[in-house]
Design a protein around this ligand. Structure first.
Ligand code: GLA
Length: 695
């Protein structure tokens, strides 16, 4: 059954709209326009004119979801192969449904030759300017099919003068490095084949026209916690098409007769105000994903950098006592608490508290922490196993392996095949059991190695190991949340290796990097906040020097930096002087006063870590308070001896007619926008927290 063509549907966001149509030939869905309200009332900014010599019409068309029949040369989203090796699935449009609020659209297609059906879904969550897209494939034919490429969708962006792409690259200890690339022609690609989003690239991209970097910005981010790929290709007509989806590292996906497959959600975002505006669109979306869990997070202490693996009750309690005095609310014991875990060579898998380290019992230890008025948190890494562990001795077949090939240890550990039901059951019951057995409020869930071996013992396959691991991981997180609604979960993967929109919907906070050095951390957080809301940014004050930029900074700098998200302390506070402890207590008290604004406020990223000015502005939803955190990124010498002028931080989004006060001075909104908030740096003053209240 075919449906009428030429219809168009407009999805409405808070300030944006997204319009698609099925053109007359009825083979695919095309973008008409994506931008501010009204953008669809006029000629399409992405349509093309004229012939397409030596290519096909589909290669130039702004197709939303293209098969290799539609776009044989310029990149398809979906490639299907039949059992006898035939490709080029081509669809006809069969049906479409849009809801009354114009926020949900589903457009159906079918392939008359193979019987494959595809439904292209759109959802604009209420109050946002994002569009979530996903595709459901159903094999209604009579023979199995193979999905060779499983893209989630293509986004078409008008870039008539050149595409300015922004992305985030990194490595362990240097995640979320924001970088920009001008793409004249050709393809730009990022991805991960690690079975995890990884440290190397973030599944996030922003596209602007090179002629207007402060203007319209389009973003794409993938909700997929496994291997992924995103590419951007600019054609000769000035259209940039971004493709995003899973990277099928385990080979094609099998689609049996009657089977249905949902591909990951890819989300598009639009802002008229450059990368800063785009960050706000992502923040709004993630705050909605958090739902009623969007609460100011507790101030935590984590003992990792203070004691590393030398965890035992006495030293932990010594730290906890000081932490409580400083105003910390949750005390987290990191790696090293369980049997056999004295370094990173053994113990993973055996999740029983080490009686030698907690001689009076783990319950008693937790009770003692709680008696200090602290909540209690624990580190786990339940998907991994050390060869030196009881778990591995009992279940060597539970790890990923290619028969006959050696295993690749990373950090002396192997990876459990979470796609196997018995492994998923073990991981869930281990974590669930800990939460039931002990009085735990906070979990740090780590993952310290990528998947190297694409196989299971016995060589059964082909199998979607990546998909099965991710699906069970998500299920376990969801189940734990449902059964233990008061436990906060911090997602960590050797730092920020597992950060994507699917995890943002399931975890409460991310540990973005093991690098807590002040200027290094500033660059990491600056990139992170472009893609992620502050409630997801876990940050500790430590004594660590920077690895990439080791210039010293004050304790105040470290505090103001950690206050940009969820404040924690990770230093060995036993060694802090009384003056340092008093300063810490003061900062923690101040953080508690502003954290609701940090959690819910509108964020503006001012300047950057490599610029003379670098600050983050948070404007409270009721606009009565504006919190500005600012850092001095340059040299610390010289200031104060010669005439100087303050650095000015231009604030954004304020009512120009309103008056604001920092308790001392008064400013108009228009002065703060045009001239800026003054901050004056000196050798001893390299960071500031300024709270402006509206008169
Ligand atoms: C990873 C984490 C760290 C810490 C260690 C413990 O590296 O990123 O924060 O938890 O593991 O082994």
């Amino acid at each position: 059954m075919t449906a009428a063509t030429g219809q168009r549907w407009t999805l409405r966001g808070a300030h944006t709209e997204y319009t698609v149509t099925v053109p007359a030939q009825g083979r695919w869905l095309e973008l008409v326009a994506w931008g501010p309200h009204g953008v669809s009332d006029g000629p399409s900014p992405v349509a093309y004119d004229g012939p397409v010599p030596f290519l096909t019409a589909g290669d130039a068309a702004p197709i939303e979801y293209a098969t290799d029949a539609d776009r044989p040369f310029t990149g398809a989203d979906l490639v299907i192969e039949t059992v006898d090796g035939k490709r080029r699935v081509g669809f006809v449009h069969t049906d479409a449904r849009i809801d009354a609020d114009k926020r949900e659209l589903a457009v159906d297609f079918a392939d008359p030759v193979t019987g494959l059906r595809a439904t292209v879904h759109y959802l604009v969550p209420d109050g946002t300017d994002v569009v979530q897209r996903w595709v459901e494939l159903t094999n209604d034919g009579t023979a199995p099919l193979q999905v060779v490429r499983a893209g989630s969708g293509g986004f078409c962006v008008p870039t008539p003068h050149g595409a300015l792409l922004s992305h985030q690259w990194g490595q362990w200890s240097q995640e979320f490095q924001l970088s920009h690339v001008e793409l004249g022609h050709g393809t730009f690609g990022i991805g991960s084949s690690q079975g995890v989003p990884g440290h190397l690239h973030v599944p996030w991209l922003a596209v602007r026209d090179t002629a207007d970097p402060a203007g319209p910005a389009w973003g794409m981010a993938l909700a997929w916690t496994g291997s992924w790929e995103i590419s951007a290709e600019r054609d000769t007509g000035g259209l940039t098409r971004v493709r995003a989806g899973r990277q099928l590292v385990d080979g094609p996906l099998e689609l049996a007769v009657g089977e249905r497959l949902s591909l990951p959600v890819v989300t598009g975002a639009y802002s008229p105000d450059g990368l800063d505006g785009l960050a706000q669109v992502w923040h709004t979306h993630q705050r909605l994903l958090a739902g009623d869990r969007l609460t100011p997070r507790p101030v935590l202490y984590n003992s990792w950098e203070a004691t590393y693996f030398a965890v035992e009750a006495e030293s932990q309690l010594a730290l906890a006592r000081i932490a409580a005095e400083l105003g910390v609310e949750t005390f987290v014991v990191d790696d090293g608490w369980f049997v056999g875990r004295n370094d990173d060579t053994a113990g993973l898998g055996d999740w029983t508290p080490d009686p030698a380290k907690f001689p009076a019992g783990f319950d008693t230890f937790i009770a003692e922490v709680r008696a200090l008025g602290l909540n209690f948190g624990l580190w786990v890494e339940p998907e991994c196993v050390n060869p030196k562990s009881t778990l591995y001795a009992e279940h060597p077949d539970w790890v990923y392996v290619v028969d006959g090939r050696p295993l690749t240890p990373v950090r002396n550990q192997y990876l459990l095949d979470l796609g196997r039901p018995e492994v998923a059951e073990f991981v869930h019951s281990t974590v669930d059991g800990l939460l039931r057995r002990y009085d735990i409020d906070y979990l740090k869930w780590d993952f310290n190695r990528p998947r190297t071996e694409p196989g299971r013992p016995g060589g059964v396959g082909p199998l979607d190991l990546d998909g099965a691991h991710v699906a069970n991981l998500h299920r376990i997180y969801e189940r734990l949340r449902r059964d233990h609604p008061d436990v906060l979960i911090e997602a960590c993967a050797g730092g920020g290796g597992r950060t994507d929109l699917a995890m943002a919907a399931r975890a409460d906070v991310f540990w973005p990097s093991d690098n807590t050095g002040p200027l290094d951390r500033l660059a990491i957080q600056y990139g992170f906040l472009h893609a992620n809301a502050p409630h997801l940014l876990s940050s500790w004050v430590t004594d660590a020097p920077g690895l990439f930029d080791p210039r010293p900074r004050t304790l105040a700098f470290r505090f103001v930096l950690a206050m940009a998200g969820v404040l924690g302390i990770g230093a060995d506070i036993r060694a802090w002087t009384p003056a340092e402890r008093a300063e810490a207590a003061d900062w923690i008290a101040r953080y508690k006063e502003i954290r609701d604004v940090v959690t819910r406020g509108e964020v503006h990223l001012i300047g950057g870590p490599d610029q003379a000015r670098c600050a983050v502005q948070y404007t409270a939803p009721d606009e009565r308070r504006v919190v500005v955190l600012a850092w001095h990124t340059g040299r610390l010498d010289g200031a104060g001896l010669l005439p100087s002028r303050p650095v000015r931080l231009p604030l954004r989004g304020l009512d120009p007619a309103a008056r604001y006060s920092d308790g001392d001075r008064h400013y108009s909104g228009s002065h703060l926008a045009a001239v800026g908030l003054p901050v004056r740096w000196s050798a001893t003053h390299d960071a500031d927290l300024i709270v402006l209240t509206r008169d």
